[in-house]
Design a binder for this molecule. Sequence first.
Ligand code: F2R
Ligand code: MG
Ligand code: MG
Length: 350
Amino acid sequence: MAAAKLDGLLKGKFRGCMLGTLLGDCLGAPFEGEAGSKVVVQKYFEKIDGPYKKSPQKRYTDDTAMMKSVAKCLIDKPSMDFKYLANLFVKEYYNEPRRGYGANVVEVFHKLRSSKFEDVYKPAREQFNGTGSYGNGGAMRMAPIPLFFNNNYEAMIEAATNATRLTHTHSIGINGALLQAIAIHQSLMLDPHEKADHQIYTKKLIEKMKAIETEDIHDLLDHTPYQTQLKKVAELLNLETSKKEISEDEVVAALGNSIAALHSVPTSIYCYLKAQNEIAGIETDNPFRRTIQYAISLGGDTDTIAAMAGSIAGAHYGEEFIGENLRKHCEFVDEIIEISDELFKVTPIS
Ligand code: F2R
Ligand code: MG
Ligand code: MG
């Protein structure tokens, strides 16, 4: 493919991935903490994706707020300065504290500020009696890292680890963020007009996690929990290929829909892979919309699961699959496109 065409394709994928986080977050946030309902969520999407009616825009939450800081850090300091990133997280929080942050991460921000950022990893290490957080807060903000390091896998893993450790030091929290980065990285390489083969896609993720899940996790019996979850993702998708319908309750029972990274990152990957094909009760031809609509239908941590699934889908399909109607209902769309273009400008392209 000609270089200019490839350049345009990648720029569209950057925008698609960052918009994926924003739209999943804004559209999923009103349902956070609720039980899932495909019928209710289908009606909601019919309204917002139907003939446009002016209505208050949906607000983004901590997922997008923190992703913005990761992107800004890469734009301002392409060699990744993690003290600077900690400063950006804290500044963003104090500027706009009412963005749905949880109490524990706010405690980390307070400690970072009062210690004058002396050891930026110390407050996170102290969380939960020294075990660190296993929440999905590291994974939810990950999008800019696999975009920027799309040509350098090792550097991506290192940056993703350190960007997560500022708030999450439990290996479940860190490895969940790594899995999210690897999934985006994988989707970035796909042709937007072709489907990913779910067997190859999950097999590659399991291989990558094999190299990451090498340490014993003191409070878990299973020391390769992400590989276990990914095998379940593959099994569910295989069952569907052989025409068995899997209900949302079965998906949640198998993979989870909670705030824990282990029970939300693999779920997001499943939502993206499943939504490549039609889903009963989800009336749309568009696989990007199908991804976030299905993710929200599962209930639980809807903003974050939809944001993570949306960024993986957006990295695959690119901006052109993200409809105008959905965008109009979310705040900050133009700003995210601008940030995404700035990130693209500073990204080393070989
Ligand atoms: N905080 C929320 N939603 C709560 C409701 C917000 C409300 N609607 C509002 O508007 O105010 N959502 C956001 O938080 C999630 C990301 O969380 P993060 O950053 O990982 O937080 P934390 O506190 O580190 O971990 C989350 C919870 O997991 C449990 N947990 C984590 N590690 C633990 C450990 N080692 N031991 C025991 N429990 C642990 C705790 O219950 C934590 O509170 C996203 O959903 C984002 O949207
Ligand atoms: Mg949130
Ligand atoms: Mg959430």
